[in-house]
Write a protein that binds this ligand. Structure first.
Ligand SMILES: [Zn+2]
Length: 171
C-alpha cells in the first residue's frame, strides 16, 4: 500500500517535543509501509533516543505488539533495568489501556503523544491511568504534539483501508 506521507527531518539543533515526535512519526510511516496501523513510538533518556518502534500486530499476529510496548522493552533492555524513571516516551497516538498500564508499571517519567483518543486512550482520553488515586507513581502527560500530522496519517490509512475493502466487495 503506497504511502503519500513524507518522512520528517527535524533539526538536530532544537531537540524539543516536536523533534522527538517527528522520530515517532517516522516510525509510524515504517508501520504503514508494512501495512500495519501507522503508530510509532520512541523512548528518550537524557536527550538521546534509546528505543524506536512501530506497531507490528498484523505481521506478528500478536495483539500486544503495539509500538509503545515494543519501545518500552527495547529501552529496558538498553539501560539494563525495568525501571524507566529517567525516560520519556513519545508516541503518535494516545496509549490504549494495555500500553498505558505498561507505562505505569515501567515508572516512566513522562508520556508525550500526538493524537488524543477519547474512545480507548487511557492517559486522559477515556480515563487517566497516569493519575491513579492510590498509586505513588504519577507521571507527566502531554498530548497534542504534531496533532495535525499524526491525525492526518491515521485518517488517511483508515480511509485507504475502507476504500480497498469497498473495492474488494464490488468485485
Ligand atoms: Zn497500545
Amino acid at each position: 500500500m503506497l504511502n503519500i506521507f513524507e518522512k520528517r527531518f527535524p533539526s538536530e539543533l532544537n531537540r524539543n517535543d516536536e523533534y522527538y515526535m517527528s522520530h515517532a512519526y517516522n516510525q509510524a510511516l515504517i508501520a504503514w509501509e508494512k501495512d500495519e496501523v501507522p503508530i510509532g513510538a520512541v523512548v528518550v533518556q537524557a536527550g538521546q533516543i534509546i528505543a524506536s518502534a512501530h506497531n507490528q500486530t498484523r505481521r506478528t499476529l500478536d495483539p500486544t505488539a503495539h509500538a509503545e510496548i515494543l519501545a518500552i522493552s527495547q529501552a529496558a533492555k538498553y539501560i539494563g533495568d525495568w525501571r524507566l524513571n529517567e525516560c520519556k516516551l513519545y508516541v503518535t497516538k494516545e496509549p490504549c489501556p494495555m500500553c498505558s498500564g505498561a507505562l505505569v508499571v515501567s515508572r516512566i517519567q513522562g508520556v508525550y503523544f500526538g493524537l488524543n483518543d477519547p474512545k480507548m486512550g487511557c492517559l486522559g482520553g477515556a480515563i487517566d491511568l497516569s493519575n491513579l488515586p492510590s498509586s505513588n507513581h504519577k507521571f507527566k502527560v502531554k498530548g497534542g504534539i504534531l496533532k495535525k500530522e499524526t491525525h492526518a496519517l491515521l485518517n488517511a490509512f483508515f480511509e485507504k483501508k475502507r476504500a480497498e475493502k469497498k473495492e474488494k466487495e464490488a468485485h
